[in-house]
Structure formats: structure tokens, C-alpha cells
Write a protein that binds this ligand. Structure first.
Ligand code: URA
Length: 235
């Protein structure tokens, strides 16, 4: 592993050229010895310090975004702004992408990462990682929905859904939560349409066993640390 890559993995607030400058200034040490050039090799298990403070190599980054309406879950720039534009400079790195899609008008938890393997597992139709949504409806929630969703309903004539769990919001007759174990296109909206209702507000509030941080304002990001990354896959 090159010294500049190692330092950049931890100090995401610095650009690659800032990291190179730090190294040339002699502020990075490996096992107590100053690193001289950015391409110097860091041996496995070495103690690496920046300004005397130990750092560790982080291969990937995991970002929780509280997505506002109006942003698309895409890496490609188009007519609408993408969720990547909401990632603050300190958390940006090459290769970031949103793991999974929320509709442009859906709010809530989007994972942004550069870890393709974790995203694959999280979205895999085989793993059935649960995603929980808060839903507000046009007409009151009806008890019968829970049974229909639990059976695994058919939407749009021929698309069979996996069983889903829904429960009413005791404080609001128009609201409920629903847990899906897959991610079909517009699935929550289409399931409620199939039972004769309409979604007027949708927010993803949980992925796997990890809740959207209730203190995270709309449009803001926070970095998910290792113990919580495991929860994304319910491990
Ligand atoms: N289901 C939907 O209908 N929309 C979303 O954004 C997510 C799930």
C-alpha cells in the first residue's frame, strides 16, 4: 500500500495533493520513521501516524444520507441534482455511489458508499435485507392491508411481491409503517395502489437493523462507523 493512499483513506478531509504535501513535509511516520515520498510502501501491520497521531487504513466509507425530495439516486448528472451532491467535501472520495434507489419524491435513509460488495449483499434479492418505510396515505389505513401484504400480493397483474409487514401509526389514521424484503420499482406506492389507496408521503426510516438517525437533518450526511455497518445486513 502506498503511503499517500493509506493516509487518504483516513484523512478524507484532505485532497491527494494535500496528503502528498504532508508527506513531503515529514509529518507522516511509519513505525516512528519519517515517510519521504508519497509512493513509499507501508508494510502490513505498521504503525502509521500523522502529526504524531496514529491512523488506521480504511478501505471503504459508509455514509448515511437523510435524502430530501427533489434529488435522484444516481451517479450520473442529469436534469435533477443527485444525492452525491449532498455529500460534504470531507466525506467525498472516488467511487462513491448510492446503494439502492429511492424515488425522487421519497425522503430518508440512503446509504452512499464505495463498497460494491456490501451494496451487492444489501440489495441482493436472496438476502432479503428489510427496509422500513414511514408512509402517509390519502385515505385512512385499513387493518386488512396487513393481511394482504403478509400474503405476498400481486401488483400490476403479474408481479408477485414477497410477504411484507405493515402496521398502523396509532397517532395518525392516515399513516403506517411497512417493511419490505425486496426493492421493486415504486413498490410501496404500487402496493398501496393495488389495495385502492395512494401514498402521499414516503420516507425510508431503517435499513436492515440500522435506523435513520432521528437527529440527522434532511439533506445532511453522517459517516457510519464499523459496528453499525454490520447492522445494515442484520448481522
Ligand atoms: N417504494 C416506492 O414506491 N418508492 C421508493 O422510493 C421506495 C420504495
Amino acid at each position: 500500500m502506498r503511503a499517500d493512499r493509506y493516509v487518504s483513506s483516513q484523512r478524507t478531509d484532505l485532497s491527494r495533493s494535500d496528503v502528498k504535501k504532508l508527506i513531503r513535509m515529514g509529518k507522516v511516520t511509519v513505525n516512528g520513521e519519517k515517510v519521504r515520498t508519497p509512493d513509499e510502501h507501508i508494510p502490513d501491520g505498521a504503525e502509521v501516524c500523522v502529526d504524531g497521531v496514529p491512523i488506521t487504513y480504511r478501505e471503504h466509507i459508509y455514509i448515511m444520507l437523510n435524502k430530501p425530495q427533489g434529488y435522484v439516486c444516481s451517479t450520473r448528472e442529469g436534469a435533477s441534482p443527485t444525492v452525491l451532491e449532498l455529500v460534504p467535501p470531507g466525506l467525498r472520495r472516488r467511487g462513491l455511489f448510492p446503494a439502492g434507489r429511492l424515488d425522487k419524491d421519497t425522503e430518508g435513509f440512503v446509504l452512499i458508499t464505495d463498497d460494491g460488495a456490501l451494496a451487492h449483499d444489501m440489495l441482493s434479492p436472496v438476502r432479503h435485507v428489510p427496509k422500513t418505510y414511514y408512509v402517509r396515505l390519502e385515505k385512512p389505513y385499513e387493518e386488512k392491508y396487513a393481511e394482504l401484504f403478509a400474503e405476498g400480493m400481486i401488483i400490476d397483474g403479474n408481479e408477485k411481491c414477497l410477504p411484507a409487514e405493515s402496521s398502523p401509526d396509532p397517532a395518525d389514521p392516515l399513516a403506517c409503517t411497512i417493511i419490505l424484503h425486496e426493492g421493486k420499482f415504486h413498490q410501496v406506492k404500487r402496493m398501496f395502489e393495488a389495495v385502492g389507496n395512494k401514498v402521499i408521503f414516503l420516507k425510508r426510516i431503517r435499513v436492515g437493523d440500522l435506523d435513520l438517525d432521528p437527529n440527522l437533518p434532511l439533506g445532511r450526511c453522517l459517516e457510519i462507523m464499523h459496528k453499525d455497518v454490520e447492522k445494515l445486513l442484520c448481522r
